[in-house]
Write a protein of this length. Structure first.
Length: 747
């Protein structure tokens, strides 16, 4: 017998005894069991002398453990094996079979009065094992065992309310994993029964009420029936009134009420709800000791509330605390069982917001990383997969906007499309996905210039607005996205109705947004852009003045280090340029140049906006024959080119960027020549050309490693390289040698 295999298998059984029930569900465990059986000297159930009883006993317990861990639909084979093996052992030595084994394998029943305690304890062990491992079979078994416990418990028994409440929790958990609506409805039903039955047995009642509130909240979240949310809030408040300060369930009550108030805030946008949610979440987190297994849940709820309050008020302190708190929630969860995919998704969104606030690329890269991790650790059947995909796609889209890798944009759009197709009708996140897909299509149009993208973006933008409630807190953001794409389509097709609708929407959005709202500046900037187009259509200078006022207010509403400073500054400069060209006021010219200069050097701005600002600065100054200023603008843009087309981009992305900026170096050199600086002109040209040459050189391959591994292939590849490097004039018409080389390569 393989001693190492015996030791490994014995350790697996011990892990089960320590609470790691998933150890016996590992497919490798079945392989090990088969090898042990095949290695034994005789047929176990013969009872003949020489039978390796130690191995047979291990296998008997292994199958008994699997029978206990697996749901009824899967444990029949293990039950048969356990009965057969224990019977064989009993024939050899009765003392090796404990007295409770016949009851455990169903040969005899437990006394009826013991069933609630025994079944209940087994159900708790199953659910705890699931929480540690995430194994779906353990969750199914926990649901079955809690249901058996409830069925075996008399109606007047004091254990029935906690059993029903626990059944509600495991059913809700299974819904969150598998998305079966029946589980959610049964969770609410069991929760109601627990609360109703606890009127006579007050112990634990506050926790039962909180669990019912949580089940109702989840049902609201997946159906958006306002009555469920209103009832969840009422039960959440009731749970707090019925719990003493020292009650262990108080933490659960605080966390639950904080979460349902956050949902109410998301529905109405009322500040008092989010403020109370933060206060309750903080109380819950403060009351959870460092070793409390519920600490991660309390911290997670607090982090969510802080992030939502930041999105409403723009308070940096809330966002910073949100990131710290969510990191702490992940660490606390990992210490107890495993890191939560939900917490990873929440951290990803918070880090993306932090990047958008500070411009620190490290935050954006981590946002993408943890976003991928959250999706990877979520089952496709889980209802929350949509939220986690949304976060990942959002981070990818933002990274494209600031880094320029087209693969990020395409991946984000693929996620949006795929998730929209799989979402059930009326899903909470439908509007979010539709609006984000519309914004992504608009972004792709700005690079690809395919008007079909604009038409599709308008369609998805309209569907996003139509799919949400008129009083939804995020409605203004979706309307802004729709106005933006309508405006862009007007600039390509000059369809007056598009511009009229965009202007009407933009005005209403600004009017409905509080100045303290984090998106107020963006709404103002969008209104300014629409007003500028209106000026070109009407030639009414009042539209131009209003456009400048709106964009100026948008820029002033941003902190100096905000990533949008470069974009909004460039927008203001463009509007000032048009007013200068229309009215000839030198003050507008000077301010436009000043705005473009500031945008070009803004350290937190997206590089593509900074390059565009430098180029626009140069163009305007050159048109006014201010060649020193023009040369400075072009040079500022050229110096950013290596950052814009850095080597982390793929070839397609680099070529797209360079194609859009093809004449930049030539224009800069022309300005330098005009001011008498031929040496400076040559230097400028070389700076522009060097960006292209550096990329070409970086795509050449060092053959050293290949020569070590495959010398013949390296020699052939080097021959191709030398042939391609030969100048055309020297190469002339391909000769027989070249033909042979091509033939060899093709062969």
């Amino acid at each position: 017998m393989d001693a190492r295999l015996l030791s490994t298998f014995d350790a697996r059984l011990r892990r089960f005894g320590q609470g790691d029930w998933a150890a016996v569900l590992d497919p490798v465990a079945l392989v090990e069991a088969r090898r042990l059986w095949e290695g034994s000297t005789t047929v176990a159930d013969s009872g003949e002398s020489g039978t390796d009883l130690h191995v047979v006993l291990m296998l008997a317990w292994f199958h008994l453990f699997r029978y206990r861990a697996l749901p009824a639909a899967k444990h029949g084979h293990d039950l048969q094996n356990a009965r057969r093996l224990f019977a064989a052992i009993r024939n050899v030595d009765q003392r090796l079979v404990p007295d409770d084994v016949p009851m455990l394998i169903g040969e005899r029943g437990w006394p009826a009065e013991e069933l609630p305690d025994r079944y209940g304890a087994e159900a708790v062990r199953l659910f705890e094992a699931f929480q540690r491992s995430g194994h779906a079979d353990l969750l199914d078994s926990a649901v079955e065992m809690f249901a058996r416990t409830a069925a075996a418990t008399p109606s007047e028994h004091h254990l029935l309310p906690p059993t029903l409440s626990n059944l509600s929790v495991v059913l809700r958990t299974r819904f969150e994993r598998a998305g079966r609506r029946q589980d959610l409805d049964e969770a609410v039903q069991a929760g109601r029964a627990a609360v109703a039955g606890s009127a006579a047995h007050r112990r634990g009642r506050s926790g039962f009420i909180a669990n019912l509130a949580a089940a109702l909240a989840v049902r609201y979240e997946n159906g958006e029936h306002a009555a469920d949310l209103a009832e969840a809030i009422a039960y959440g408040r009731l749970s707090l009134t019925e719990t003493a300060t020292s009650d262990p369930d108080r933490l659960l009550c605080l966390t639950t009420l904080a979460s349902v108030l956050l949902m109410e805030f998301e529905r109405t946008g009322a500040f008092e709800h989010i403020d109370e949610s933060v206060s309750l979440g903080r109380s819950a987190a403060d009351s959870a000791g460092p070793d409390d297994p519920r600490r991660s849940t309390a911290l997670s709820a607090l982090g969510l509330s802080l992030r939502n309050r930041f999105e409403l008020t723009g308070r940096d302190a809330d966002l910073d605390e949100c990131v710290r708190t969510t990191r702490a929630a992940i660490a606390a969860a990992a210490a107890v069982h495993r890191a939560s995919a939900g917490d990873l998704a929440n951290l990803g969104l918070a880090l993306r917001l932090l990047f958008e606030r500070t411009g620190d690329r490290a935050n954006l890269e981590e946002a993408v990383e943890v976003g991928r991790a959250s999706v990877a650790t979520t089952q496709p059947s889980e209802p929350k997969i949509a939220y986690r995909l949304l976060n990942l796609a959002g981070s990818l889209r933002v990274r494209f906007q600031h880094v320029g890798h087209f693969a990020d944009l395409e991946e984000s759009m693929s996620i949006y499309r795929g998730t929209i197709a799989m979402l059930p009708r009326g899903h909470t996140y439908t509007s979010l996905f539709l609006s984000n897909l519309a914004a992504s299509l608009q972004t792709r149009f700005e690079y690809m210039q395919d008007v079909a993208d604009l038409d599709e973006a308008v369609e998805f933008g309209r569907r996003a607005v139509a799919a949400m409630a008129p009083d939804h807190v995020d409605r203004t953001d979706y309307l802004t996205n729709l106005a933006g794409v309508l405006h862009l389509r007007f600039t390509r097709r000059a369809a007056g109705p598009d511009l009229d609708e965009a202007l009407e929407i933009s005005r209403s959005v600004v009017a409905d947004t509080a100045p303290a709202h984090p998106n107020y500046a963006a709404h103002l900037s969008n209104l300014g852009g629409v007003l500028l187009s209106t000026f070109f259509r009407t030639h009414d200078v009042h539209d131009l003045d209003e456009a400048i006022a709106a964009v100026r207010a948008a820029l002033q509403a941003l902190p100096d280090d905000h990533p949008n400073v470069a974009r909004f500054g460039a927008n203001l400069a463009q509007a000032l340029r048009f007013r200068f060209e229309h009215g000839g006021n030198k003050t507008d010219f000077d301010e436009a140049v000043s705005c473009w200069r500031a945008a070009a050097v803004a350290p937190t701005g997206a590089v593509r906006y900074r390059v565009a600002a430098g180029e626009a600065w140069g163009q305007l100054a050159a048109q006014q024959h201010d060649m020193p200023s023009a040369a400075a603008g072009y040079l500022a843009a050229i110096r950013l080119l290596p950052v814009l087309v850095w080597h982390g981009l793929n070839r397609d992305s680099i070529e797209r960027h360079l194609r859009l900026l093809g004449g930049l170096a030539n224009d800069a050199a022309a300005c330098a020549v005009d001011i008498g600086g031929s040496a400076h002109a040559i230097e400028t040209l070389e700076q522009g050309r060097s960006v292209i040459w550096v990329h070409l050189l970086h795509r050449r391959t060092d053959l050293t490693v290949l020569a070590e591994r495959a010398p013949g292939l390296a020699t052939r590849l080097d021959g191709v390289r030398r042939l391609l490097d030969t100048p055309v004039a020297t190469l002339g018409v391909p000769d027989a040698g070249t033909d042979r080389l091509v033939t060899n390569l093709q062969g």
